[in-house]
Design a binder for this molecule. Structure first.
Ligand code: AMP
Ligand code: MN
Ligand code: MN
Ligand code: MN
Length: 276
C-alpha cells in the first residue's frame, strides 16, 4: 500500500516538529511517500531524507513558494526538486530576506498597537532562516493577546488588523521558473482556500499552466469532499496533474494531521504517475 502526503512543514519553516520528528509521525500514520514543503526554504531536507531512509520511506524534496499575484498571495508547491540548484536557492534566499524586512514591519505595527517585543518574541519560535506569521502568532498566544492560532488570524496579522503587512513576494513566473530550473514540478497549493472569485481562480490556473505549471493540489488537509470534487473538475479542465497533501504544521489542535486528507477522485491523473 502506498500513501502520499505531498505538502508538509517542519521547524525549518513554521511547523512545530523537526524534519526527523515529522518523518517519524508520517511513518506512524502510514504515509509511504512524503514531501517536505517548507515555506521559502529547503533547510530541513537533509535531515528528512536521512530519517526517511532509516524508515524505508520515500522523501520527495519540495518547497512552498510565496507568490504575489494580482493583489492576492498564492502558494506554489515545487516537488521533486534538486535542492542544490543555484537559481532556486537564490530565489528562495531573496524571499527569506523579504521575510526579515516584513517581520520588522510587523513588529513595528504591533508595537504601535501596544504590543512590545514581538520581533524577539517571534524569533524565539523560529529557525534562523525563516520568520513567518505563525511565529508571531505563537508569541501572541503565549503572551495572552489571543487564545489560540485561529483567534490570532482573526484579530491580528490580517488585513485591517494590528500587525498586518501586505505581501510583496515572488511573481508567479519567477516561482514556476525556479522550480523548473531545479528540475521540479510546480503545483498550485490549496486552490480552494484563496479568497477570490471563481473567475479569478480560473485565470490563475490558466496563467499558471501557460507558464509551465503542471499540477493542482486537488485535495488539501481537511477540505470538504465536495470541494475536492470541484477542484478535481478544474484539474481535468485545465489539464493539470493532481496532487494531495495535508499541509501539516503541528500535532496541536487546529491543524490537520500528517497523512490526513480526502483521497483523490479516480477521474484525475495523480502527479506521481509521472515519477519512476
Ligand atoms: P506567512 O507566509 O508568514 O505570511 O504565513 C502564512 C502561514 O500562516 C500559513 O502557511 C499558515 O501556516 C498560517 N496561517 C495563515 N492563515 C491562517 C489561519 N487563518 N489560521 C491558522 N494559520 C494560518
Ligand atoms: Mn505555514
Ligand atoms: Mn500555504
Ligand atoms: Mn503549507
Amino acid at each position: 500500500m502506498t500513501q502520499y502526503d505531498l505538502h508538509t512543514h517542519s521547524t525549518a519553516s513554521d511547523g512545530s516538529l523537526s524534519p526527523k520528528e515529522l518523518v517519524l509521525r508520517a511513518h506512524e500514520n502510514g504515509v509511504t511517500h512524503l514531501a517536505l514543503t517548507d515555506h521559502d526554504g529547503t533547510e530541513g531536507m537533509e535531515e528528512a531524507i536521512q530519517a526517511a531512509q532509516d524508515n524505508e520511506m520515500t522523501l520527495i524534496p519540495g518547497v512552498e513558494i510565496s507568490v504575489s499575484w494580482h493583489s492576492s498571495t498564492v502558494h506554489i508547491v515545487g516537488l521533486q526538486l534538486d535542492v542544490n540548484n543555484a537559481q532556486l536557492q537564490q530565489g528562495l534566499a531573496g524571499l527569506r530576506d523579504y521575510r526579515r524586512q516584513r517581520a520588522r514591519k510587523i513588529a513595528d505595527k504591533l508595537d504601535k498597537a501596544g504590543i512590545a517585543g514581538a520581533l524577539e518574541g517571534a524569533g524565539q519560535y523560529a529557525s534562523e532562516t525563516m520568520l513567518g506569521r505563525v511565529h508571531f502568532a505563537r508569541f501572541l498566544v503565549e503572551k495572552g493577546y489571543a487564545k489560540d492560532m485561529k483567534d490570532v488570524f482573526k484579530r491580528f496579522l490580517v488585513k485591517n488588523k494590528p500587525g498586518y503587512v501586505s505581501g510583496d513576494w515572488a511573481s508567479l513566473a519567477e516561482a514556476v521558473s525556479w522550480i523548473q530550473a531545479a528540475g521540479g514540478q510546480a503545483v498550485i497549493a490549496h486552490p480552494a482556500r484563496y479568497k477570490m472569485t471563481n473567475t479569478k481562480r480560473r485565470k490563475l490556473l490558466a496563467e499558471f499552466s501557460s507558464l509551465g505549471g503542471v499540477g493542482l493540489e486537488v485535495s488539501s488537509g481537511n477540505q470538504h469532499p465536495e470541494e475536492v470534487r470541484t477542484m478535481a473538475r478544474l484539474a481535468e479542465e485545465f489539464n493539470l496533474l493532481a496532487s494531495c497533501g495535508s499541509d501539516f504544521h503541528s500535532p496541536d489542535k487546529g491543524w490537520n494531521d500528517v497523512g490526513q486528507m480526502t483521497a483523490l477522485p479516480p477521474s484525475v491523473t495523480p502527479i506521481w504517475t509521472q515519477w519512476q
